[in-house]
Design a protein around this ligand. Structure first.
Ligand SMILES: C[S@@+](CC[C@H](N)C(=O)[O-])C[C@H]1O[C@@H](n2cnc3c(N)ncnc32)[C@H](O)[C@@H]1O
Length: 431
C-alpha cells in the first residue's frame, strides 16, 4: 500500500506551519532567530494528535534539530525527546534553550561581571584583538570592540549552563546591532539597519527577557537531550527503538546553504575563519542539500552504482540518474556552473542514510512526520517529498502520505533566470 489515510487528522496544518513565524511570539522558541525553523505548533499538535502524553514511554526523535523547536516543545509539556544536530553553533543554541534552571542572582552577578569587563577593556581592545574581516564590514569599530569584549568575558565563565545562556543572548545581539541584516537568510547588503542603542543595552535586555521566560518553567524536568551528531551515521547513544515518534524537517534539496547562513556567528565564535573552514567544519557534516562545494570531478557514477543506496533503490536511483542528466543539460543551456546534477544524487543518498536511522530509532507501528519542500534545480522539477516517501518503503516503512501545506518559491518569480514552476511544501508522514 502506498498511502494511508487519516481523514481530518491533520486539520491544524496551515500555510505557515513550515516557517518560524509562530515561534517569534513564543517564549524560548524565540530565543534564536533561525531562518530554517518550523512552527512549534507543528510539534504541539502532533503531540496531541498522537496522544503522546497518554502513551507509555513516549519519546520523540528529531534527526535535524536546527534551533531545537521539537526539543523545546516536547520539554514544555514534559515529554522526552532526543535530537541530533551536526552544526556546532546550533548545538550550543539548543543546549542553551533547554536549560531552564537558572538563578536570578547568578544571572545578575554574571551580567555585572560582563559589564565591568567590557567597560574596562574598551581602551585596550586594539592591542589584543583582531576582529574577523567579514565582521568589520557588518559592525562599526566601537560596536565590534564591545561585542568581542562581551564574548571574551562570557567564554571565561566556568559554569557551562550560564556560559551557553549568555552566548545565546550575544548571538541574538549580533542580529540586533549589525549594519546590514545578517540572516534573511544570508547577509542583505542592500538594506541598512539603524540602531539607537548600544550592544550592551541589547545584550542586557535580551538576557533579562530570556531569564524571565525561564521562570515559569523553572520546576519542569529536563526531558530533552541533544547530541552533536551527523544523522547520516547511526548515533550509538540512541538505542534501537528508543523512540515512538519522529518529528523533523530535513534540509530541502537546492535550498539553504547552512554554512553560509551561520557564517557571521561561526566566524564571531571562532568556529570558522574562511570558506574552506565553512566547507570542512560545517557543510561536509550536513546532508548535501544546497551546498555547491562538490564538483563533477569528485563524483564517480560507477561508485554511486555500487552504493548501498543504489543497490537498495535501483528503480528510483536510475530515475534519479536520468533526472540528473536532464539537470546537467539544462545547466549547460543556461551556462550554469553549479553541480546540481550530482547534488541531487547525493541528496537522496544522504537522506537514505537518515531515513534508515529514523527507522532504527523509531519503534515499529509508529509514525514519522517530516516537513519537506519540493525542488527544481535549473528548472527541472524534482518531487522530493514523493521520492523520499518511496525510498522509505524500501527501507521498511509500510506506507506514506503527503499533505501539501503551501506553494513555495513564488517570491523569486521575478528573477531573470528563475524557472516558473510552482513548488510545494509538504508534510510527509511515514508509517
Ligand atoms: C530545516 S533545519 C531544521 C529546523 C528545525 N526543525 C527547527 O525548527 O529548528 C535543518 C537542520 O538540520 C541540520 N542538519 C543538516 N544535515 C544534518 C545531519 N546530517 N545531521 C544532523 N543535522 C543536520 C542543519 O544544520 C539544520 O540546522
Amino acid at each position: 500500500m502506498l498511502a494511508f489515510q487519516q481523514p481530518g487528522s491533520m486539520e491544524f496544518l496551515h500555510s505557515d506551519i513550515g516557517s518560524a513565524k509562530d515561534n517569534s511570539k513564543s517564549p524560548i522558541h524565540n530565543w534564536y532567530k533561525f531562518t530554517a525553523g518550523y512552527s512549534h505548533r507543528f510539534v504541539d499538535e502532533i503531540i496531541l494528535l498522537e496522544n503522546l502524553k497518554r502513551k507509555k514511554n513516549s519519546q520523540i526523535f528529531d534527526p535535524f534539530a536546527g534551533c531545537g523547536t521539537t526539543l523545546v516543545s516536547s520539554q514544555k509539556v514534559g515529554i522526552s525527546a532526543v535530537g541530533n544536530e551536526a552544526q556546532e553553533f546550533m548545538y550550543d543554541v539548543i543546549r542553551a534553550k533547554l536549560n531552564w534552571k537558572l538563578e536570578g542572582s547568578e544571572v545578575k552577578n554574571y551580567l555585572q561581571f560582563i559589564k565591568e569587563e567590557m567597560t574596562e577593556g574598551v581602551a585596550d581592545f586594539d592591542k589584543e584583538n583582531t576582529p574577523h574581516k567579514l565582521l568589520k564590514t557588518l559592525y562599526t569599530e566601537q560596536t565590534l570592540s564591545k561585542l568581542y569584549l562581551i564574548k571574551k568575558s562570557i567564554l571565561s565563565i566556568s559554569s557551562l549552563k550560564y556560559k551557553l545562556f549568555f552566548k545565546l543572548a550575544l548571538s541574538q545581539t549580533l542580529h540586533k546591532v549589525s549594519i546590514h541584516p545578517i540572516a534573511v537568510p544570508y547577509i542583505s547588503r542592500n538594506k541598512t539597519l539603524t540602531h539607537t542603542d548600544e550592544p550592551w543595552e541589547f545584550f542586557e535586555s535580551i538576557t533579562r527577557q530570556m531569564f524571565t521566560d525561564t521562570i515559569e518553567h523553572f520546576d519542569k524536568k529536563k526531558t530533552s537531550k541533544i547530541f552533536l551528531h551527523d544523522s547520516r551515521i547511526p548515533n550509538k547513544r540512541i538505542e534501537d527503538g528508543e523512540c515512538n515518534m519522529c518529528i523533523t524537517s530535513p534540509p530541502y534539496l537546492n535550498n539553504l546553504d547552512y554554512g553560509e547562513v551561520s557564517k557571521v556567528h561561526t566566524h564571531f565564535f571562532e568556529i570558522t575563519d574562511n570558506w574552506n573552514d565553512i566547507t570542512q567544519k560545517v557543510r561536509h557534516k550536513l546532508v548535501t542539500g544546497a551546498t555547491t562545494h562538490y564538483s563533477d570531478s569528485e563524483f564517480l557514477i560507477d561508485e554511486f552504482r555500487k552504493s548501498e543506496f543504489y543497490l537498495s533503490n535501483k528503480i528510483i536511483a536510475e530515475e534519479l540518474i536520468a533526472t540528473s542528466i536532464t539537470i546537467k543539460s539544462a545547466a549547460e543551456q543556461k551556462s550554469g556552473k553549479k553541480s546540481f546534477d550530482i547534488l541531487t544524487l547525493l541528496y537522496f543518498q544522504d537522506m537514505f542514510d537518515v531515513l534508515n536511522e529514523i527507522r532504527r530509532v523509531v519503534r515499529s507501528r509508529n509514525n514519522a512526520y517530516l516537513i519537506l519542500g519540493d525542488s527544481a534545480p535549473y528548472g527541472i522539477y524534482v518531487p522530493t517529498t514523493e521520492i523520499l516517501g518511496r525510498i522509505s518503503q524500501n527501507i521498511g516503512f509500510s506506507s506514506f502520505n503527503i499533505h501539501k501545506i503551501r506553494t513555495r518559491g513564488t517570491k523569486w518569480k521575478t528573477l531573470k533566470h528563475r524557472h516558473s514552476l510552482e513548488l510545494s511544501e509538504n508534510v510527509l508522514v511515514l508509517k
